[in-house]
Design a protein around this ligand. Structure first.
Ligand code: ZN
Ligand code: ZN
Length: 410
C-alpha cells in the first residue's frame, strides 16, 4: 500500500481543489470496487470539508465482463429507470461528482463489439441530461485515477504485480503534483501557466489551425467565431471553481462542426470501452469523417464513428506540448485521462458549449447554428508527436506559428 500521508494529501486535493466541495453539498463518487479504500478516504475528507452526504456508486468490471459474455441480447438495450433517476436526481440537486477512472484496457477484447456499442449507446441516451449538465459546467466534477492490478500490469508488463502497482502510484502522484510540499499551491501555479497559453490563443482568435507531422497528419480545422480556449480550472454557472480532470495539461476549445478537412493520424493507442484501437487515421471532408483506417480495433472504431450523426464530426481541439511532464515520463498509460494530457488531441462527438461565448446559456438550436457539434458521445484521441507543426491563420489571413517541433511556438 502507498504512503498514507500521500494518499490523504491526494484525497484532500481531489475534494478541495478538484470538485471544490461546498458546505452542505452532496458528493457522488463512482468507484471501481478495487479502489474502495481510496473512495472511503475521499468520503471522509468530503464529510470533514462540509459535504452534507456522500454517495458511492460501485463499479465491478469483472462482473460487467461476465454479463457481456453471458446475458441474453435484449438486456443490452435496457437502462433501468432507477439507475437513470440516480444520475438525474443528484445532478439536478447540484451534487458534485468524482469518478475514479481505472480499468483493464483490454477487459472486453473477447466480447462482441456490437454488445459493447449497444450498452454505450443505451446509457448515453439515458444519461443525456446528466452528461449535458456536466459538459455545460452546471455541476462540479472531477475525473481522477488510482492503480488497479490489471491496469498496472498493462502499463508495466515487465514488473511483478506489486511492483507494477507501486510504479503506477508513483507515476500518478507525480502527474497530479501530490509529491510537492504544497500540492494546492503547485496547482495554483500550474493553473496560471495554462491560462497564459489559453490567453495567447484567445487573443488571436484563429480562424484556422493547420496541422502537419511526419506520421502523415495534414489537417485543417476551422474554429468558430467567439470560440474560447480553456485550461486548468473551470467555473460553474454559480462561479464555483473546479478542475474537471486531474491531471490536466491541456488547453482546449471546439472546432466548427463542418470545418475539418484533411487527414489525421493517431499517435497513441486509444482505450475505448475496454478495447484498444491502434494506429488509426481519420479523413475529414467538410468536418465529416469520410474514410478511416485502423491496424487494430477497426470494428470498435467503426461503431464509435457510427454512434449517431454527430459522432462522425469533431467536438474538441486540445493542445498539449510534447515536452509536458506527463509526456516526458515516457509512460503509455492506456488510459485517456493520462494519455490525452501527454499529447495534442481531438475528440470525436459532442463539443463543450462552454467553449463558445455565452454557449452555456444557448439552446440546442442556437448551438447548432454556430457549428457546435452535438452527439451522444465524446471520445478524445491522441495525435501529438515530437515533430507536430501547427500554424494558426487569423481571419485576415495572417499565419502565426502555434506549435513547432511538438511544442508551443510562442
Ligand atoms: Zn481534452
Ligand atoms: Zn475531451
Amino acid at each position: 500500500m502507498m504512503d498514507h500521508i500521500l494518499l490523504e494529501k491526494y484525497a484532500d486535493l481531489i475534494v478541495k481543489t478538484g470538485v471544490n466541495i461546498q458546505q452542505g453539498q452532496t458528493l457522488v463518487i463512482f468507484s471501481p470496487i478495487e479502489c474502495a479504500p481510496f473512495a472511503r478516504t475521499i468520503a471522509e475528507v468530503a464529510y470533514q470539508t462540509g459535504a452534507r452526504d456522500v454517495v458511492i456508486s460501485w463499479k465491478d468490471e469483472l462482473f460487467s465482463k461476465i454479463r457481456f459474455l453471458q446475458a441474453p441480447e435484449e438486456v443490452f438495450e435496457e437502462f433501468p429507470e432507477w439507475q437513470k433517476a440516480f444520475y438525474t436526481s443528484y445532478v439536478k440537486e447540484g451534487a458534485a461528482f468524482i469518478s475514479i477512472a481505472a480499468s483493464d484496457p483490454e477487459l472486453l477484447k473477447d466480447v462482441n463489439p456490437d454488445r459493447v456499442a449497444k450498452v454505450q449507446k443505451t446509457s448515453n441516451i439515458a444519461l443525456k441530461e446528466y452528461r449535458e449538465r456536466l459538459m455545460s459546467n452546471k455541476n462540479t466534477w472531477c475525473v481522477v485515477s488510482i492503480p488497479t492490478q490489471s491496469w498496472a500490469k498493462k502499463v508495466f508488463p515487465h514488473l511483478s504485480e506489486d511492483e507494477a502497482i507501486k510504479a503506477l502510484w508513483e507515476a500518478i502522484f507525480k502527474t497530479v503534483r501530490v509529491e510537492e510540499e504544497d500540492p494546492v499551491a503547485a496547482w495554483d501555479q500550474h493553473k496560471k501557466n495554462l491560462k497564459v497559453s489559453a490567453e495567447f490563443l484567445n487573443n488571436h482568435q484563429f480562424k484556422f489551425l493547420r496541422y502537419k507531422n511526419s506520421l502523415g497528419t495534414e489537417l485543417e480545422i476551422e474554429l468558430p467565431a467567439d470560440h474560447i480556449w480553456l485550461g486548468g480550472s473551470e467555473y460553474t454557472t454559480e462561479g464555483i471553481e473546479f478542475i474537471a480532470n486531474m491531471p490536466t495539461e491541456e488547453v482546449f476549445t471546439l472546432p466548427k462542426k463542418t470545418g475539418a478537412n484533411g487527414i489525421v493520424v493517431s499517435s497513441m493507442p486509444l482505450n475505448y470501452n475496454g478495447n484498444l484501437i491502434e494506429n488509426f487515421s481519420l479523413t475529414f471532408k467538410k468536418g465529416k469523417v469520410v474514410e478511416f483506417t485502423a491496424e487494430k480495433g477497426y470494428e470498435v472504431l467503426k461503431k464509435l464513428i457510427e454512434t449517431d450523426e454527430g459522432s462522425a464530426y469533431l467536438g474538441e481541439v486540445a493542445l498539449v506540448p510534447y515536452d509536458s511532464p506527463i509526456s516526458n515520463a515516457k509512460i503509455l498509460y492506456f488510459n485517456t485521462l493520462f494519455d490525452e494530457n501527454a499529447s495534442c488531441h481531438l475528440a470525436i462527438g459532442k463539443a463543450y458549449p462552454i467553449c463558445i461565448k455565452d454557449g452555456k446559456n444557448m439552446s440546442k438550436e442556437e448551438l447548432d447554428q454556430l457549428g457546435v457539434n452535438d452527439s451522444l458521445t465524446h471520445v478524445d484521441f491522441m495525435i501529438g508527436t515530437h515533430d507536430l507543426e501547427i500554424i494558426g491563420v487569423t481571419s485576415a489571413g495572417k499565419e502565426i506559428p502555434v506549435f513547432k517541433n511538438g511544442n508551443f511556438a510562442f
